[in-house]
Design a protein around this ligand. Structure first.
Ligand code: SAH
Ligand code: SF4
Length: 366
């Protein structure tokens, strides 16, 4: 299959045009045209000589992901199941991943809407190998990783579907869909460089968050990346025993000692904070004693905690804590000086909330 054109970095286009005997500036021209105009066919790039268009056509695919399903939530969230098979695969479910559009509203103190934009939640893999016991995506296992072109295509698809022009700096992007981004590190980082390039879609690293379940060597490597979005670590438990029970990868990664050492040594930029995510499971990890243990673990770190009450999945046997328990957990963290926020669930009625992305579910109304 030809390589996807969206997955080519700016300097890769420059090398390609040089090898084709063309001036370097043609590389930037191709990159910008792709990321800003999203042509459906190479013939649309009439600014290029016809002979180059023919060579591009032979070497690169411009295939657009097909919408296999689309669900719209009461709260405006739209969840897409995107098909990357180009219509060729016999088993489409092996080539489908989800991308979610979450409209944001920012209000002033008087309750007036100040501005409205969106968060895009995208996938890095089809399924996931990490097997967290509270996550619906885990039930799929890992089908495959997405390549950089497929990751970029999700963002371009959402920009187009919601008529947001490339370069609109109010778009936030989170790698919190299907998959573990740091188990597909190279493709994810390449996609980030493409999306953040000033001649491309114009996203800003400070408006992108990569969420990891805790792949320790990649957290360390990520700290040194020249283009580095924000980092969120899914902690979910304040001690080794509980974390190993909820997240089977935990011990193989060296336990909390290794994870917290990487977090403490992470080179934060000025005013940057690490984010820790903590899914609250009733009577499992949501006791006040757990909040105290968590506060001690995070003491001295420039960090904040996002608390997410577990979003139910019918196949999984956990329980969602009451809002009183969630608030009590937050208050205990705050009492110990930890910045803690409660994440409002979005798109719950269409299973688009955190950890609910999964292809096959009959309960959903479209
Ligand atoms: N694989 C990455 C990113 C995707 S999951 C990671 O685990 O960080 C995004 C977030 O959703 C993670 O913090 C995860 O802990 C959380 N999550 C998973 N299942 C959930 C569920 N059923 N309810 C609430 N949050 C969940
Ligand atoms: Fe994978 Fe994240 Fe789900 Fe764990 S929570 S199974 S790492 S997607």
């Amino acid at each position: 299959m030809p390589r996807h054109a969206y997955g080519m970095e700016f300097d890769q286009w420059q090398s390609w045009v040089r090898d084709a005997g063309l001036p370097m500036w043609r590389g930037g021209q191709i990159f910008s045209a792709l990321q800003r105009r999203r042509p459906g066919a190479w013939s649309e790039l009439t600014e290029l000589p016809r002979s180059i268009r023919g060579r591009l056509e032979a070497a690169f695919s411009l295939a657009w992901p097909a919408t296999a399903r689309r669900h719209v939530s009461r709260d405006g969230t739209v969840r897409y199941l995107l098909d990357f098979s180009g219509g060729t695969a016999r088993t489409p479910e092996k080539n489908q991943a989800e991308a979610v559009y979450l409209p944001d509203e920012v209000f002033d103190d008087a309750g007036r809407a100040l501005r409205q934009r969106a968060t895009f939640c995208i996938s890095s893999q089809i399924g996931c190998a990490v097997n967290c016991q509270f996550c619906l995506t885990a039930l799929l296992g890992l089908e495959r990783s997405l390549d950089a072109g497929e990751i970029v295509a999700q963002v371009q698809f959402l920009l187009a579907a919601h008529e947001i022009r490339p370069g609109d700096d109010r778009v936030n992007l989170v790698f919190m869909g299907m998959g573990e981004p740091f188990l597909n590190y190279d493709a994810v980082l390449r996609a980030v460089r493409i999306l953040c390039h000033p001649r491309g879609a114009g996203l800003a690293p400070r408006r992108i968050t990569i969420s990891t379940s805790g792949i320790v060597d990649k957290i360390r490597r990520y700290g040194d990346e020249p283009v580095r979005p924000r980092l969120a670590v899914s902690l979910n438990a304040p001690n080794d025993e509980l974390r190993a029970k909820l997240m089977p990868l935990h011990r193989g990664q060296g336990g909390l000692a290794a994870l917290m050492a990487a977090a403490r040594e992470y080179p934060l930029a000025a005013r940057e904070r690490l984010t820790f995510e903590y899914v609250l499971l009733a009577r499992v990890n949501d006791e006040i004693a757990h909040a105290r243990e968590l506060a001690a673990l995070l003491a001295g770190l420039r960090a904040k905690v996002n608390l997410i009450a577990w979003n139910a999945g019918p196949e999984l046997g956990w329980h969602t804590p009451s809002s009183a328990r969630v608030t009590a957990f937050q208050s205990e963290l705050r009492r110990h000086g930890v910045a803690a926020y409660i994440r409002r669930p979005r798109g719950q009625d269409i299973f688009a909330a955190c950890g609910q992305l999964k292809r096959h579910e009959d309960a959903v109304q479209t």
